[in-house]
Design a protein around this ligand. Structure first.
Ligand code: FAD
Length: 400
Protein backbone atom coordinates (compact mmCIF):
# COMPACT_ATOMS: atom_id res chain seq x y z
CA UNK A 1 0.00 0.00 0.00
CA UNK A 2 1.24 3.48 -0.85
CA UNK A 3 2.35 5.70 1.98
CA UNK A 4 0.13 8.77 2.48
CA UNK A 5 3.13 10.86 3.55
CA UNK A 6 4.68 10.50 0.11
CA UNK A 7 1.97 12.85 -1.24
CA UNK A 8 1.72 16.53 -0.51
CA UNK A 9 -1.92 17.38 0.21
CA UNK A 10 -3.71 14.35 -1.13
CA UNK A 11 -4.28 10.65 -0.78
CA UNK A 12 -3.56 7.47 -2.67
CA UNK A 13 -6.97 7.59 -4.37
CA UNK A 14 -8.63 10.96 -4.94
CA UNK A 15 -12.38 10.56 -5.39
CA UNK A 16 -14.38 13.37 -6.96
CA UNK A 17 -18.07 13.34 -6.01
CA UNK A 18 -20.05 12.02 -3.03
CA UNK A 19 -22.94 10.35 -4.84
CA UNK A 20 -23.57 6.60 -4.66
CA UNK A 21 -20.52 5.82 -6.84
CA UNK A 22 -17.98 7.92 -4.92
CA UNK A 23 -19.29 6.95 -1.48
CA UNK A 24 -19.41 3.21 -2.15
CA UNK A 25 -15.92 3.36 -3.63
CA UNK A 26 -14.60 5.39 -0.68
CA UNK A 27 -16.10 3.03 1.88
CA UNK A 28 -14.72 -0.07 0.15
CA UNK A 29 -11.26 1.47 -0.12
CA UNK A 30 -11.24 2.36 3.57
CA UNK A 31 -12.34 -1.18 4.42
CA UNK A 32 -9.39 -2.45 2.36
CA UNK A 33 -7.03 -0.14 4.24
CA UNK A 34 -6.46 2.14 1.25
CA UNK A 35 -6.07 5.79 1.97
CA UNK A 36 -8.55 7.91 0.00
CA UNK A 37 -10.20 11.29 0.10
CA UNK A 38 -13.57 12.43 -1.28
CA UNK A 39 -14.12 15.97 -2.52
CA UNK A 40 -17.73 17.02 -3.07
CA UNK A 41 -18.98 20.26 -4.61
CA UNK A 42 -22.27 20.48 -2.69
CA UNK A 43 -22.84 20.82 1.04
CA UNK A 44 -23.77 17.82 3.16
CA UNK A 45 -27.42 18.78 3.63
CA UNK A 46 -27.92 19.06 -0.13
CA UNK A 47 -26.29 15.72 -0.87
CA UNK A 48 -28.32 13.95 1.82
CA UNK A 49 -31.63 15.42 0.64
CA UNK A 50 -31.28 14.97 -3.13
CA UNK A 51 -34.17 12.63 -3.99
CA UNK A 52 -33.59 10.60 -7.11
CA UNK A 53 -33.54 6.81 -7.33
CA UNK A 54 -35.39 4.38 -5.13
CA UNK A 55 -35.22 0.93 -6.68
CA UNK A 56 -32.17 -1.13 -5.77
CA UNK A 57 -31.54 -4.36 -7.64
CA UNK A 58 -30.77 -7.57 -5.75
CA UNK A 59 -27.09 -7.47 -6.83
CA UNK A 60 -26.81 -3.89 -5.56
CA UNK A 61 -28.27 -4.89 -2.22
CA UNK A 62 -25.89 -7.87 -2.05
CA UNK A 63 -22.92 -5.58 -2.77
CA UNK A 64 -23.98 -3.08 -0.12
CA UNK A 65 -24.94 -5.55 2.59
CA UNK A 66 -21.93 -7.77 1.85
CA UNK A 67 -19.62 -4.83 2.45
CA UNK A 68 -21.25 -3.65 5.67
CA UNK A 69 -23.09 -0.77 3.96
CA UNK A 70 -26.63 -2.08 4.20
CA UNK A 71 -27.73 -1.41 7.76
CA UNK A 72 -30.22 1.31 6.79
CA UNK A 73 -31.59 -0.44 3.76
CA UNK A 74 -31.96 -3.73 5.63
CA UNK A 75 -33.89 -1.94 8.39
CA UNK A 76 -36.02 0.41 6.32
CA UNK A 77 -35.96 -0.86 2.73
CA UNK A 78 -39.07 -2.64 1.48
CA UNK A 79 -39.09 -5.55 -0.96
CA UNK A 80 -40.84 -4.93 -4.28
CA UNK A 81 -41.49 -7.70 -6.78
CA UNK A 82 -44.41 -6.71 -9.00
CA UNK A 83 -45.09 -4.12 -11.64
CA UNK A 84 -48.38 -3.22 -13.23
CA UNK A 85 -49.06 -1.99 -16.75
CA UNK A 86 -52.16 -0.03 -17.68
CA UNK A 87 -53.33 0.75 -21.18
CA UNK A 88 -56.49 1.23 -23.19
CA UNK A 89 -56.92 -2.56 -23.14
CA UNK A 90 -56.92 -2.86 -19.36
CA UNK A 91 -54.41 -3.62 -16.64
CA UNK A 92 -52.10 -6.52 -15.95
CA UNK A 93 -49.65 -7.25 -13.13
CA UNK A 94 -46.31 -8.94 -13.68
CA UNK A 95 -44.82 -10.54 -10.58
CA UNK A 96 -41.23 -10.41 -11.80
CA UNK A 97 -39.94 -11.59 -8.42
CA UNK A 98 -41.28 -15.05 -9.26
CA UNK A 99 -39.78 -15.13 -12.76
CA UNK A 100 -36.30 -15.23 -14.31
CA UNK A 101 -33.71 -15.35 -11.56
CA UNK A 102 -36.49 -14.89 -8.99
CA UNK A 103 -35.10 -11.64 -7.63
CA UNK A 104 -36.87 -8.57 -6.30
CA UNK A 105 -35.99 -4.92 -5.80
CA UNK A 106 -35.55 -3.19 -2.49
CA UNK A 107 -37.22 0.20 -2.36
CA UNK A 108 -34.93 2.54 -0.47
CA UNK A 109 -34.66 6.24 -1.35
CA UNK A 110 -31.30 7.25 -2.80
CA UNK A 111 -30.93 10.18 -0.38
CA UNK A 112 -31.24 7.82 2.58
CA UNK A 113 -28.65 5.49 1.08
CA UNK A 114 -26.34 8.44 0.48
CA UNK A 115 -26.80 9.65 4.08
CA UNK A 116 -25.97 6.13 5.34
CA UNK A 117 -22.85 5.97 3.16
CA UNK A 118 -21.67 9.41 4.30
CA UNK A 119 -22.14 8.43 7.97
CA UNK A 120 -20.29 5.15 7.47
CA UNK A 121 -17.41 6.78 5.58
CA UNK A 122 -16.95 9.30 8.40
CA UNK A 123 -17.32 6.56 11.03
CA UNK A 124 -14.49 4.66 9.32
CA UNK A 125 -12.34 7.79 9.67
CA UNK A 126 -12.63 8.94 6.06
CA UNK A 127 -11.73 12.44 4.83
CA UNK A 128 -14.82 13.85 3.08
CA UNK A 129 -14.75 17.51 2.07
CA UNK A 130 -18.14 19.03 1.30
CA UNK A 131 -18.51 22.40 -0.40
CA UNK A 132 -15.29 21.71 -2.28
CA UNK A 133 -15.73 21.88 -6.07
CA UNK A 134 -12.99 20.43 -8.22
CA UNK A 135 -12.16 22.75 -11.08
CA UNK A 136 -9.35 20.93 -12.84
CA UNK A 137 -7.93 17.42 -13.17
CA UNK A 138 -4.46 16.82 -14.60
CA UNK A 139 -1.25 14.82 -14.61
CA UNK A 140 -3.14 11.80 -15.90
CA UNK A 141 -0.26 10.52 -18.01
CA UNK A 142 2.13 10.75 -15.05
CA UNK A 143 2.27 8.65 -11.94
CA UNK A 144 1.13 11.62 -9.81
CA UNK A 145 -2.24 12.85 -11.07
CA UNK A 146 -3.67 15.93 -9.37
CA UNK A 147 -6.84 17.92 -8.79
CA UNK A 148 -7.42 21.58 -8.19
CA UNK A 149 -10.22 22.14 -5.66
CA UNK A 150 -11.65 25.30 -4.14
CA UNK A 151 -11.79 25.68 -0.38
CA UNK A 152 -14.65 27.39 1.48
CA UNK A 153 -13.26 30.83 0.60
CA UNK A 154 -12.96 29.93 -3.09
CA UNK A 155 -9.18 29.66 -2.84
CA UNK A 156 -7.79 26.99 -5.17
CA UNK A 157 -5.54 24.28 -3.74
CA UNK A 158 -3.91 21.25 -5.22
CA UNK A 159 -4.37 17.62 -4.22
CA UNK A 160 -2.12 14.86 -5.46
CA UNK A 161 -2.69 11.15 -5.55
CA UNK A 162 -1.76 7.96 -7.28
CA UNK A 163 -5.16 7.51 -8.91
CA UNK A 164 -8.20 9.70 -9.52
CA UNK A 165 -11.73 8.27 -9.46
CA UNK A 166 -14.17 10.50 -11.33
CA UNK A 167 -17.53 9.91 -9.61
CA UNK A 168 -18.81 13.41 -10.25
CA UNK A 169 -21.86 12.67 -12.40
CA UNK A 170 -22.48 13.60 -15.97
CA UNK A 171 -21.83 17.35 -15.56
CA UNK A 172 -18.63 16.87 -13.57
CA UNK A 173 -15.12 17.86 -14.56
CA UNK A 174 -13.61 14.37 -14.75
CA UNK A 175 -15.18 13.17 -17.99
CA UNK A 176 -14.13 16.48 -19.55
CA UNK A 177 -10.50 15.78 -18.61
CA UNK A 178 -10.29 12.95 -21.17
CA UNK A 179 -8.48 14.04 -24.33
CA UNK A 180 -11.10 13.97 -27.12
CA UNK A 181 -9.10 11.46 -29.14
CA UNK A 182 -8.86 9.04 -26.21
CA UNK A 183 -12.56 8.28 -25.84
CA UNK A 184 -15.61 7.43 -27.92
CA UNK A 185 -18.86 8.90 -26.62
CA UNK A 186 -21.98 7.00 -27.69
CA UNK A 187 -24.97 9.30 -27.20
CA UNK A 188 -28.67 9.29 -27.76
CA UNK A 189 -31.35 11.83 -26.95
CA UNK A 190 -34.60 9.91 -26.88
CA UNK A 191 -36.76 12.96 -27.64
CA UNK A 192 -38.86 12.22 -24.56
CA UNK A 193 -39.09 14.23 -21.35
CA UNK A 194 -40.66 13.41 -18.01
CA UNK A 195 -42.02 15.72 -15.39
CA UNK A 196 -40.56 14.02 -12.29
CA UNK A 197 -42.74 14.65 -9.25
CA UNK A 198 -42.38 13.89 -5.57
CA UNK A 199 -45.68 14.10 -3.76
CA UNK A 200 -46.32 14.09 -0.04
CA UNK A 201 -48.73 11.17 0.08
CA UNK A 202 -48.30 7.44 0.72
CA UNK A 203 -48.17 5.30 -2.43
CA UNK A 204 -51.68 5.03 -3.87
CA UNK A 205 -51.04 1.66 -5.49
CA UNK A 206 -49.43 -1.53 -4.20
CA UNK A 207 -46.84 -1.74 -7.03
CA UNK A 208 -44.91 0.30 -9.56
CA UNK A 209 -47.49 1.20 -12.16
CA UNK A 210 -46.71 2.18 -15.75
CA UNK A 211 -49.60 3.78 -17.64
CA UNK A 212 -49.36 3.87 -21.42
CA UNK A 213 -51.63 6.56 -22.83
CA UNK A 214 -51.94 8.43 -26.09
CA UNK A 215 -51.62 11.69 -24.11
CA UNK A 216 -48.25 10.43 -22.88
CA UNK A 217 -46.78 8.06 -20.32
CA UNK A 218 -47.54 8.31 -16.58
CA UNK A 219 -45.88 6.34 -13.79
CA UNK A 220 -46.33 5.70 -10.09
CA UNK A 221 -43.41 4.52 -7.92
CA UNK A 222 -43.29 4.02 -4.17
CA UNK A 223 -40.58 5.82 -2.21
CA UNK A 224 -41.44 5.95 1.50
CA UNK A 225 -44.55 5.53 3.65
CA UNK A 226 -45.34 9.23 3.14
CA UNK A 227 -43.75 10.14 -0.21
CA UNK A 228 -44.48 8.83 -3.70
CA UNK A 229 -42.78 9.49 -7.02
CA UNK A 230 -44.92 10.11 -10.09
CA UNK A 231 -43.83 10.76 -13.63
CA UNK A 232 -45.77 12.48 -16.40
CA UNK A 233 -44.38 12.58 -19.92
CA UNK A 234 -44.24 16.21 -21.02
CA UNK A 235 -43.07 18.27 -23.97
CA UNK A 236 -39.26 18.60 -24.10
CA UNK A 237 -38.33 22.08 -22.87
CA UNK A 238 -41.32 22.32 -20.51
CA UNK A 239 -40.89 24.68 -17.57
CA UNK A 240 -41.87 22.51 -14.56
CA UNK A 241 -43.27 25.60 -12.82
CA UNK A 242 -46.07 25.77 -15.40
CA UNK A 243 -47.58 22.56 -13.95
CA UNK A 244 -49.78 23.56 -11.00
CA UNK A 245 -50.67 20.92 -8.40
CA UNK A 246 -54.20 20.68 -9.75
CA UNK A 247 -52.98 20.31 -13.35
CA UNK A 248 -50.63 17.50 -12.20
CA UNK A 249 -53.42 15.58 -10.45
CA UNK A 250 -55.93 16.04 -13.25
CA UNK A 251 -53.46 14.74 -15.82
CA UNK A 252 -52.38 11.85 -13.59
CA UNK A 253 -56.04 10.88 -13.14
CA UNK A 254 -56.57 10.82 -16.90
CA UNK A 255 -53.43 8.91 -17.84
CA UNK A 256 -53.57 6.50 -14.89
CA UNK A 257 -57.25 5.98 -15.74
CA UNK A 258 -58.36 6.67 -12.18
CA UNK A 259 -62.02 6.49 -13.15
CA UNK A 260 -61.59 2.90 -14.22
CA UNK A 261 -58.98 1.61 -11.75
CA UNK A 262 -59.59 3.73 -8.66
CA UNK A 263 -58.50 7.15 -7.41
CA UNK A 264 -54.95 8.26 -6.62
CA UNK A 265 -54.19 9.79 -3.21
CA UNK A 266 -53.93 13.51 -3.84
CA UNK A 267 -51.54 15.64 -1.83
CA UNK A 268 -48.98 18.43 -2.13
CA UNK A 269 -46.39 18.27 -4.90
CA UNK A 270 -43.12 18.59 -2.97
CA UNK A 271 -40.74 18.66 -5.92
CA UNK A 272 -41.09 18.92 -9.68
CA UNK A 273 -38.32 18.76 -12.26
CA UNK A 274 -38.12 17.95 -15.93
CA UNK A 275 -35.86 15.05 -16.88
CA UNK A 276 -34.91 14.67 -20.55
CA UNK A 277 -34.44 11.01 -21.34
CA UNK A 278 -30.87 10.79 -22.59
CA UNK A 279 -28.21 8.10 -22.66
CA UNK A 280 -24.51 8.16 -23.17
CA UNK A 281 -21.69 5.70 -22.70
CA UNK A 282 -18.01 6.63 -22.65
CA UNK A 283 -15.64 3.98 -23.96
CA UNK A 284 -13.15 3.48 -22.42
CA UNK A 285 -14.01 4.57 -18.87
CA UNK A 286 -10.35 5.11 -18.10
CA UNK A 287 -7.65 7.44 -19.30
CA UNK A 288 -4.20 7.13 -17.75
CA UNK A 289 -4.71 7.28 -14.00
CA UNK A 290 -8.26 8.61 -14.16
CA UNK A 291 -11.14 6.10 -13.82
CA UNK A 292 -14.79 7.08 -14.22
CA UNK A 293 -17.66 5.42 -12.36
CA UNK A 294 -21.43 5.96 -12.25
CA UNK A 295 -23.09 8.74 -14.24
CA UNK A 296 -19.66 10.25 -14.97
CA UNK A 297 -18.94 7.22 -17.17
CA UNK A 298 -22.36 6.98 -18.71
CA UNK A 299 -25.82 8.34 -18.30
CA UNK A 300 -28.83 6.08 -18.54
CA UNK A 301 -32.44 7.17 -18.91
CA UNK A 302 -34.49 6.55 -15.74
CA UNK A 303 -37.00 4.40 -17.69
CA UNK A 304 -35.69 1.17 -16.15
CA UNK A 305 -34.26 2.52 -12.86
CA UNK A 306 -30.70 1.41 -13.54
CA UNK A 307 -28.47 4.45 -12.89
CA UNK A 308 -27.80 4.09 -9.17
CA UNK A 309 -27.39 0.34 -9.57
CA UNK A 310 -24.79 0.75 -12.31
CA UNK A 311 -22.99 3.31 -10.12
CA UNK A 312 -22.69 0.79 -7.26
CA UNK A 313 -21.60 -2.00 -9.64
CA UNK A 314 -18.83 0.15 -11.15
CA UNK A 315 -17.69 1.39 -7.73
CA UNK A 316 -17.39 -2.16 -6.43
CA UNK A 317 -15.47 -3.27 -9.53
CA UNK A 318 -13.14 -0.29 -9.28
CA UNK A 319 -12.54 -0.82 -5.55
CA UNK A 320 -11.49 -4.42 -6.23
CA UNK A 321 -9.17 -3.28 -9.02
CA UNK A 322 -7.52 -0.58 -6.87
CA UNK A 323 -7.11 -3.10 -4.08
CA UNK A 324 -5.39 -5.59 -6.40
CA UNK A 325 -3.08 -2.88 -7.74
CA UNK A 326 -2.19 -1.38 -4.37
CA UNK A 327 -2.02 -4.51 -2.23
CA UNK A 328 -0.82 -7.16 -4.68
CA UNK A 329 0.87 -4.97 -7.30
CA UNK A 330 -1.50 -6.53 -9.86
CA UNK A 331 -2.54 -3.84 -12.36
CA UNK A 332 -4.46 -6.25 -14.59
CA UNK A 333 -7.94 -5.64 -13.02
CA UNK A 334 -7.41 -1.88 -13.43
CA UNK A 335 -6.39 -2.37 -17.05
CA UNK A 336 -9.55 -4.44 -17.57
CA UNK A 337 -11.86 -2.07 -15.68
CA UNK A 338 -13.68 -0.75 -18.78
CA UNK A 339 -13.90 -4.18 -20.37
CA UNK A 340 -15.41 -5.56 -17.16
CA UNK A 341 -18.04 -2.83 -16.74
CA UNK A 342 -19.05 -1.97 -20.31
CA UNK A 343 -20.95 -5.16 -21.23
CA UNK A 344 -23.18 -4.74 -18.16
CA UNK A 345 -23.64 -1.05 -18.90
CA UNK A 346 -24.65 -1.81 -22.50
CA UNK A 347 -27.05 -4.50 -21.39
CA UNK A 348 -28.74 -2.02 -19.05
CA UNK A 349 -28.78 0.59 -21.83
CA UNK A 350 -30.39 -1.88 -24.21
CA UNK A 351 -33.13 -2.72 -21.72
CA UNK A 352 -33.71 0.94 -20.84
CA UNK A 353 -34.07 1.70 -24.53
CA UNK A 354 -36.53 -1.18 -24.90
CA UNK A 355 -38.52 0.22 -21.96
CA UNK A 356 -38.69 3.64 -23.61
CA UNK A 357 -40.28 1.97 -26.65
CA UNK A 358 -42.67 0.06 -24.38
CA UNK A 359 -43.89 3.16 -22.58
CA UNK A 360 -43.92 5.88 -25.23
CA UNK A 361 -45.05 6.57 -28.77
CA UNK A 362 -45.58 9.84 -30.62
CA UNK A 363 -49.14 11.19 -30.56
CA UNK A 364 -49.37 12.43 -34.19
CA UNK A 365 -51.80 11.23 -36.87
CA UNK A 366 -49.08 10.63 -39.47
CA UNK A 367 -48.15 7.16 -40.72
CA UNK A 368 -44.96 6.88 -38.72
CA UNK A 369 -46.59 7.89 -35.41
CA UNK A 370 -49.39 5.38 -35.97
CA UNK A 371 -46.80 2.71 -36.80
CA UNK A 372 -44.84 3.41 -33.59
CA UNK A 373 -48.01 3.36 -31.47
CA UNK A 374 -48.97 -0.02 -32.95
CA UNK A 375 -45.45 -1.33 -32.18
CA UNK A 376 -45.74 -0.08 -28.59
CA UNK A 377 -49.11 -1.78 -28.17
CA UNK A 378 -47.81 -5.01 -29.67
CA UNK A 379 -44.78 -4.99 -27.35
CA UNK A 380 -47.06 -4.54 -24.35
CA UNK A 381 -49.34 -7.31 -25.54
CA UNK A 382 -46.47 -9.77 -25.93
CA UNK A 383 -45.29 -8.87 -22.43
CA UNK A 384 -48.81 -9.59 -21.17
CA UNK A 385 -49.17 -12.93 -22.94
CA UNK A 386 -45.73 -14.46 -23.56
CA UNK A 387 -44.06 -16.32 -20.65
CA UNK A 388 -40.73 -16.16 -22.52
CA UNK A 389 -40.99 -12.36 -22.73
CA UNK A 390 -41.97 -12.18 -19.08
CA UNK A 391 -38.95 -14.18 -17.92
CA UNK A 392 -36.61 -12.07 -20.07
CA UNK A 393 -38.25 -8.91 -18.72
CA UNK A 394 -37.77 -10.10 -15.13
CA UNK A 395 -34.08 -10.87 -15.68
CA UNK A 396 -33.42 -7.49 -17.24
CA UNK A 397 -35.67 -5.43 -14.99
CA UNK A 398 -34.11 -6.48 -11.73
CA UNK A 399 -30.72 -7.70 -12.93
CA UNK A 400 -27.65 -5.67 -13.65
P1 FAD B 1 -24.38 11.51 -8.65
O1 FAD B 1 -25.38 10.92 -7.74
O2 FAD B 1 -24.83 12.52 -9.64
O3 FAD B 1 -23.21 12.11 -7.75
C1 FAD B 1 -22.18 12.91 -8.29
C2 FAD B 1 -21.69 13.83 -7.23
O4 FAD B 1 -20.58 14.58 -7.74
C3 FAD B 1 -22.73 14.85 -6.80
O5 FAD B 1 -22.87 14.82 -5.39
C4 FAD B 1 -22.18 16.19 -7.29
O6 FAD B 1 -22.54 17.27 -6.47
C5 FAD B 1 -20.69 15.92 -7.29
N1 FAD B 1 -19.92 16.77 -8.21
C6 FAD B 1 -20.25 17.13 -9.48
N2 FAD B 1 -19.31 17.92 -9.99
C7 FAD B 1 -18.35 18.08 -9.04
C8 FAD B 1 -17.12 18.79 -8.99
N3 FAD B 1 -16.70 19.52 -10.01
N4 FAD B 1 -16.39 18.73 -7.86
C9 FAD B 1 -16.81 17.98 -6.79
N5 FAD B 1 -17.98 17.28 -6.80
C10 FAD B 1 -18.73 17.33 -7.91
N6 FAD B 1 -31.39 5.20 -10.73
C11 FAD B 1 -31.80 3.97 -10.28
O7 FAD B 1 -30.97 3.06 -10.21
N7 FAD B 1 -33.09 3.74 -9.90
C12 FAD B 1 -34.04 4.72 -9.97
O8 FAD B 1 -35.20 4.48 -9.58
C13 FAD B 1 -33.65 6.03 -10.45
N8 FAD B 1 -34.53 7.05 -10.52
C14 FAD B 1 -34.09 8.30 -10.89
C15 FAD B 1 -34.99 9.35 -10.91
C16 FAD B 1 -34.57 10.64 -11.29
C17 FAD B 1 -35.56 11.76 -11.32
C18 FAD B 1 -33.20 10.86 -11.63
C19 FAD B 1 -32.71 12.24 -12.02
C20 FAD B 1 -32.30 9.83 -11.60
C21 FAD B 1 -32.73 8.54 -11.24
N9 FAD B 1 -31.85 7.46 -11.20
C22 FAD B 1 -32.27 6.23 -10.82
C23 FAD B 1 -30.44 7.67 -11.57
C24 FAD B 1 -29.53 7.82 -10.35
O9 FAD B 1 -30.04 8.80 -9.48
C25 FAD B 1 -28.10 8.20 -10.81
O10 FAD B 1 -27.72 7.28 -11.80
C26 FAD B 1 -27.12 8.16 -9.63
O11 FAD B 1 -27.30 9.28 -8.80
C27 FAD B 1 -25.67 8.14 -10.13
O12 FAD B 1 -24.80 8.18 -9.04
P2 FAD B 1 -23.36 8.85 -9.18
O13 FAD B 1 -22.70 8.72 -7.86
O14 FAD B 1 -22.69 8.36 -10.38
O15 FAD B 1 -23.64 10.40 -9.51
Amino acid sequence: MANKRSFTGGATVLIVGAGPAGLVLGNLLLAAGIDCLIVERADRAHVERRARAGFLAADTVRALVGNGLGTGLSARGRPHDTCVFRSERGEFALRYGGLGRGEAHTVYPQQELVADLVAEFLRRGGDLRFGTPVTEVGGLDDDRPWLVALDADGTPYRLEGRYVAGCDGRHGVCRKAFPAAAVHAHRRRHGVSWLALLVGTPPALPAVTYAVHDRGFAGHMARTASVTRYYLQCEPGTDPGTWSDSAVWEELDVRMRAERFGPLRRGPVLERAVVDLESDVLDPMQYGRLFLAGDAAGLISPSAAKGANLAVMAAETLARAFTAALHQGDEEPLARYSATCLPRIWRAQEFSHWMIGLLHAPPGGDDESRFLRALRDSRLESLRTSPVQQHAFADNYVGI
